[in-house]
Design a binder for this molecule. Structure first.
Ligand code: GLU
Length: 315
């Protein structure tokens, strides 16, 4: 792997792609720093994408970008916003449709949960209820509820290669390509946008490893180039669970309230990665993928202190 504190930009890019549905916590910031280290240490540029497809839940973009900057991250182009790219996703669905790979699905969530399925089917997999509806049946159901669009998948599983996990095989079902409210889903947008942004290295939390096979399969159907996957260890609370607000101070804002500035938080993250504290450039000079800790980092959150707005009135 090329390692240089000041790499020349080459073709290829890494990225961080947060969903702006809340403030980033220390686990998200650690993943972002890792994505930056992997990209920069391999001569790639580093890009941001705001995964704001869900309009009702996407409100924290500005705060997320501010926090990424506060821990020392820089990126090489204006962030891409998925909410501005619906036309591109629809065009990709049309290309799949032209290959006979799209069908309408009228199932509700509970119908999917209750449908009979093959004994070996992975939990949550779509049971194929609407795969072969007749034209008449589709016309009848369209009058009752709007259709979602699903991929007519040709495989039941797919294998990806991950830099840390090696070969990983996971299930692929008839995934949703367009929700019935017209919103394109994450699994479709992520593969289109990674390709459109020239991203060929996907560093993200280990919880998304199980999504990689269906995304890589979809990319292959769309004729998009494969990416290098690096699913990095998560940050857990002392009970072994993913960090959540109730654990205490885990966001930069809350940690500042508990007396830790953004540089302290950056240093804690770097120490957890066994990298030198200080500017990220110093960590970059010392970074090697082979020495990355493979186990989750257990973070004991500081008690959250109430903000000024919620402290009890004196007297
Ligand atoms: N937007 C996703 C999230 O915040 C990450 C997607 C990705 O990195 O592929 O969980």
């Amino acid at each position: 792997m090329l390692r240089s504190p000041d790499p020349l930009p080459t073709a290829g890019a890494g990225r961080f792609a947060p969903s702006p549905t809340g403030d980033l916590h220390i686990g998200n910031l650690r993943t972002a720093i890792l994505a930056w280290l992997f990209a920069r240490s391999t001569g790639r540029s580093f890009l941001l994408r705001v995964e704001d497809l869900d309009p009702e839940r996407s409100r924290t973009e500005a705060g997320q970008l501010r926090d990424l900057t506060a821990v020392g991250l820089t990126w090489d182009a204006a962030p891409v916003r998925q909410s501005e790219r619906t036309g591109v996703y629809l065009e990709a669905i049309a290309r799949l449709d032209a290959q006979g790979l799209v069908y309408e699905c009228f199932c509700t969530r509970s119908e999917i949960a209750d449908a009979p399925r093959a004994p070996h089917a992975p939990p949550g997999a779509y049971p194929g209820t609407c795969r072969n509806l007749s034209g008449d049946e589709r016309a009848r159901r369209r009058r009752l509820r709007p259709a979602a669009l699903r991929l007519r998948s040709g495989v039941e599983e797919f294998t990806v290669t991950d830099l840390l996990h090696g070969a990983y095989t996971g299930p692929v079902d008839d995934l949703v390509l367009l929700r019935n409210d017209g919103v394109p889903p994450y699994n479709l947008a992520v593969v289109i946008d990674d390709a459109a942004q020239g991203i060929d290295q996907v560093v993200r939390g280990g919880d998304l490893l199980s999504s990689a096979p269906r995304q890589a399969y979809l990319a292959s159907l769309l004729g998009l180039p494969p990416v290098q996957y690096v699913h990095v260890p998560l940050v857990l609370n002392p009970r072994g669970r993913r960090l959540a607000k109730r654990d205490g101070a885990i966001t930069l804002g809350a940690l500042a309230g508990a007396g830790l500035g953004s540089e302290d938080v950056r240093n804690l993250i770097l120490a957890s990665l066994r990298l030198p504290e200080g500017p990220l450039e110093d960590a970059l000079a010392a970074f090697s993928a082979a020495q990355l800790p493979r186990e989750p980092w257990v973070f004991e959150a500081l008690p959250a202190t109430p903000g000024p707005g919620v402290s009890p009135a004196p007297g």
